[in-house]
Design a protein around this ligand. Structure first.
Ligand SMILES: CC(=O)CC(=O)SCCNC(=O)CCNC(=O)[C@H](O)C(C)(C)COP(=O)(O)OP(=O)(O)OC[C@H]1O[C@@H](n2cnc3c(N)ncnc32)[C@H](O)[C@@H]1OP(=O)(O)O
Ligand SMILES: NC(=O)C1=CN([C@@H]2O[C@H](COP(=O)(O)OP(=O)(O)OC[C@H]3O[C@@H](n4cnc5c(N)ncnc54)[C@H](OP(=O)(O)O)[C@@H]3O)[C@@H](O)[C@H]2O)C=CC1
Length: 284
């Protein structure tokens, strides 16, 4: 079955990027969020990215217009009634994702694949709230989506080969590289990345170095494109904390304990770029 129409749920930093690369791959895209203003904000990000592609000569105006015409804004999950795949990118919260997947299972046709962009939550558990766990899969894009090549494709216990192959093919149509991994806390990307970020936060917490110094060490010493604390601000400190908690609970090893400073920043509402302040201060 060829995937022609997608719904992306959550028009935040990840959802808007996923919607953009979907439309650029030629899919019709329903972009869904709970309020019009969030959908409009997501569409604004996409429009800005495509305009930059035009100004850089990677796309012409007609191409941009053709891509923009593929979007349908939505604030109702009922708009998923005729899509071939849903990629959910709402906030990282099991209760919210569980409700969305239960509703989607009622609304979407039987052939529809239900994918989640979760950074750490168990795909098997998300699949289990539906009557089609064989069609539930993790499609984990990296931030910023239009730039990063990887999609971590995560199989839940019941995910079928047909579902896996369809998602692999779709990822390649999006000009991305799918890498297959099994379902485990944090999968591979965040099992490796987020503890490194957490240790970077400990370096600041214990007064070993300033955020700037920690980031410089990792940029100049390890050739990372950005330092771990600047990256934490890009990901969102709430998301980083949530992932550390999933690792800690799921793997039960004290080495995954979240740094108290990370907890403190999140409690203060210092969430990184999206709130204007994290380890660094940003213009909102
Ligand atoms: C938490 C999870 O579950 C999983 C995750 O996503 S973990 C996070 C994974 N991501 C990373 O590790 C990102 C690491 N950082 C980087 O790769 C780079 O710093 C970066 C791509 C973000 C920026 O690159 P840079 O060279 O420092 O800056 P910059 O020159 O501004 O950007 C490079 C290109 O990316 C584009 N870009 C940057 N941010 C973008 C965004 N948000 N959307 C679209 N395009 C973007 C720029 O327009 C630019 O394109 P051109 O070269 O064509 O002009
Ligand atoms: N940040 C990152 O680097 C990465 C994040 N992810 C994962 O992607 C998902 C989204 O993260 P991110 O884009 O950073 O988060 P954002 O906060 O930027 O976006 C989430 C969006 O979902 C909306 N939303 C909340 N609840 C619902 C709902 N019930 N139905 C529809 N939309 C809803 C939010 O609205 P509101 O603003 O009102 O809350 C917001 O617009 C998370 O699961 C995260 O773990 C995966 C890879 C990387």
């Amino acid at each position: 079955m060829e995937i022609k129409k997608i719904m992306v749920i959550g028009a935040g930093q990840m959802g808007s990027g996923i919607a953009q690369v979907s439309a650029m791959a030629g899919l019709d895209v329903v972009l869904n969020d709970i309020k019009d203003e969030f959908v409009n904000r997501g569409m604004g990000i996409i429009e800005k990215n495509l305009s930059r592609d035009v100004s850089k000569g990677r796309l012409d105006e007609a191409g941009k217009e053709a891509i923009m015409k593929r979007f349908k804004p939505s604030t109702s999950l009922q708009d998923a009634a005729d899509v071939d795949i849903v990629v959910e990118a709402a906030i990282e919260n099991m209760e919210i994702k569980g409700k969305i997947f239960r509703d989607l299972d009622e609304i979407t046709p039987q052939h529809t694949i239900l994918a989640t962009n979760t950074s750490s939550l168990p795909i098997t558990e998300i699949g289990a709230v539906t009557k089609r766990p064989e069609k539930v899969i993790g499609m984990h894009f990296m931030n910023p989506v239009p730039v990063m090549k990887l999609i971590e494709v995560i199989r839940g216990l019941a995910t079928s080969d047909d579902t896996f192959n369809a998602v692999k093919e779709l990822s390649e149509r999006m000009n991305k590289v799918p890498v297959e991994v099994n379902d485990a806390p944090g999968f591979v990307a965040n099992r490796v990345l987020i503890p490194m970020i957490n240790e970077a936060v400990y370096c600041v917490y214990e007064g070993i170095a300033t955020p700037e110094a920690v980031d410089q060490v990792m940029k100049l010493g390890m050739n990372h494109p950005m330092g771990p604390l600047a990256l934490a601000d890009l990901i969102g400190l709430d998301t980083c904390l949530y992932i550390m908690e999933v690792l800690h609970d799921g793997l039960g090893d004290s080495k995954y304990r979240p740094c108290p400073l990370l907890r403190k920043y999140v409690a203060a509402g210092w969430l990184g770029r999206k709130s204007g302040r994290g380890f660094y201060v940003y213009d909102k």
